[in-house]
Design a protein around this ligand. Sequence first.
Ligand code: AGP
Length: 620
Amino acid sequence: MCGIIGYVGPRNATAVILNGLRRLEYRGYDSAGIAILGDNSIRVTRAVGKLSNLESRLRQAEDGPPPSVGIGHTRWATHGGVTEHNAHPHLNDAGTIAVIQNGIIENFIELKGELQAEGIRFRSETDTEVIPHLVDLYMKAGMPFARAAFAAIARLQGSNAVVMMSAQEPDKLIAARLGNAGGIVIGLNPDETFVASDVPGILDYTRDVIFLEDGEVAIAQAGQVSVYRLDGAPVNKQRHAIAWDPVSAEKGEYRHFMQKEIFEQARAVTDTLRGRVNFETGEVALESLELGTGGAEGIPARIHTVACGTSKHAGLIGKFLIERIARVPVEVDYGSEYRYRDPIIEPGLAVLGITQSGETADTLAAMSLGKARGARVWAIVNAIGSQAERMAEGVIHMRAGPEIGVCSTKTFLTSIVDQYLLACALAQRANAQTVERSNADPFSLARDLAHLPGLIGQTLKPDPIYEALANRFHDRRHFLFLGRGINYPIALEGALKLKEISYIHAEGYPAGEMKHGPIALIDETMPVVCVAVRDGVYEKMISQIEQVKARGGIVIAIATEGDDFIRQKADYVINVPAAPELLTPVLTAIPMQRLAYEMATRLGCDVDQPRNLAKSVTVE
Ligand code: AGP
């Protein structure tokens, strides 16, 4: 979770930036760097490891008057290893433009090729380095800094937060937000301006902030900021006063933690991917998944996934992914059932516990049974230092950051992505024969992940349909959710989200099962949410939708953007962007979360702490 801090004003910029980066340290990083303006030139200092390494480098280099403009960054690698060269900020050839970036530039290979054809030499393996070179190219063509920056940002595909400065126009910083993988908050005092990826980075100095939305670019000068859309149209931004109590301060611009956690999912997934995929080759190293000796020893003959609630739904999607991509058979069970059914644990079996908290008693008991009977035990965990992590031989961290809302959201998406990575890594290890058997190329499947944060960002765009649906259906007592194939567990998850925070009864079903019972429930009062994206079972889903309609039911379809056909069949359509089939559940889960959130807030429910529920269930 990279951190960004920028400053323009009368204070010592180095001190402000270092302090801000310290405040963001808890988010994790592997290297850090800072660029400051002095004597009309940019001075960059970078160091691998802790901020204290950067500080001692800066002390050695200290000379001249304190700088009044600068940018700083804590990096957590996505492209390229953990080296000083790859740490941000990155510069153009002449060292006159410095850039820091959070996120993934999906088209960086094309941009890099284009720049290399112009004779530009790259000094790092990062995607970020394309930005200063692009800005430089546009400035050489005669554009002033701001216009060149806008032109360069407009070329980037994906979800990113970018901040840059130029020695030629040393009074300003330019900051942009594209998509949702990285936020940008701008703090203001009468004579100074702060830029940060996260509110805690600037809270020591100001509470008066604005938040950039997707596609907005800010030109920040001391004590003032102007915000534009990428096409240059000015935007009138609302200022927010951040509350002084730490809980409200952490929520930032959001009303609830659940809402914040839904909207930070592009960023959470970016963090899940960091350092685990080589996006040029598609290689996922088993070692990069922190599976320790357990993973390095080889491929399990079969996997038993054990989990509860939302984590179990993630496991069901994982079964689909691991079996399809790596052809390793997977059984998924509730932690609470597994240990009482005398499971068959044979040599070569891996028990995979999935748990956000790492403290769920039923999941821990199931893992411990596996361990006692000689299985290799792995865990997919969010909470660092939890019991599940300590019990497992190998751990894949979700890296979702703290999830405060009782309702799991970002940990659902990140645990699916972890299993996708595991599936690709196992398939790549198994090599050619697996590829033949599964008819799927695990390298190209891993490269698809580069687009995921951008696709999640698109799925999180403002959409009035959620409020419209909540207004129309908040008084219903029952909902049905249907899905099929890899999106069947999304129907289960949609029903769980709705019932746990809005207290509306909801059932999730595999669509093909509807005719074996639930169809009896359908009448003109029953809303039926159908996941019907353009995948291998699309036609089957259309026929289920027709059956619901024939009985007077109300169909809310979650469909692929641009699918006009489904509009003739469903009463309401929620769009998700087109995506490779195996990634669709990561996207279709989001409308389920947003719908449940909107319904629950419309009903006045306490979404962060729903009645009778605990974030971690530590009793049987
Ligand atoms: C999800 O929204 C629930 N709060 C709940 O089902 C949860 O997923 C379950 O209790 C498992 O928790 P864990 O992931 O921490 O093990």
